[in-house]
Design a protein. Structure first.
Length: 146
């Protein structure tokens, strides 16, 4: 036993990764994930999930819910991506944050018009898809708006 070669530390690290296929950011992807539990000062015990895609830097996700599996945490973050994308579309091309009114009613009307515009663009996206099923539903709102 003493004469057996010890594995290098980096060899042990790679063995904790498992390869999974999941729907991330609008596409089916195969990634390697690993879950580690540690302590972060001020947060206490946390689960750190490392997500590695081929040819890309690792992504680190931190969760205070130690009962969730690594796959569940990655799926929750992937779902959150759609919300982030919508907010970015509302702010940038549709101008949600560009109002300069101080009157509450004017701000409410601006927000309502931006959301109405967003809804119309989503409706146009669906109509375009119904006409031609080869067109992807992943078409960006930016492409429809401008």
């Amino acid at each position: 036993m003493e004469n057996e070669p010890r594995p290098e530390p980096y060899q042990l690290l790679f063995s904790v990764y498992r390869e999974v296929s999941l729907f991330l950011y609008g596409k089916e992807k195969t990634v390697k994930i690993a879950r580690f539990v540690g302590i972060i000062q001020g947060l206490g015990q946390v689960a750190v999930i490392v997500v590695k895609e081929k040819q890309k830097k690792a992504c680190y996700l931190v969760s205070t819910n130690l009962y969730l599996s690594a796959l569940d945490i990655v799926n929750y973050c992937a779902r959150r991506w759609k919300i982030e994308q919508m907010i970015k579309n509302l702010k940038q091309p549709l101008g949600l944050g560009d109002y300069q009114a101080r009157n509450l009613q004017a701000i409410q009307r601006h927000v309502a018009l931006v959301l109405l515009n967003y809804g119309i663009l989503i409706f146009l996206k669906i109509l375009r898809w119904l006409k031609d099923k080869t067109v992807s539903l992943d078409v960006s709102i930016r492409l429809l708006a401008f």
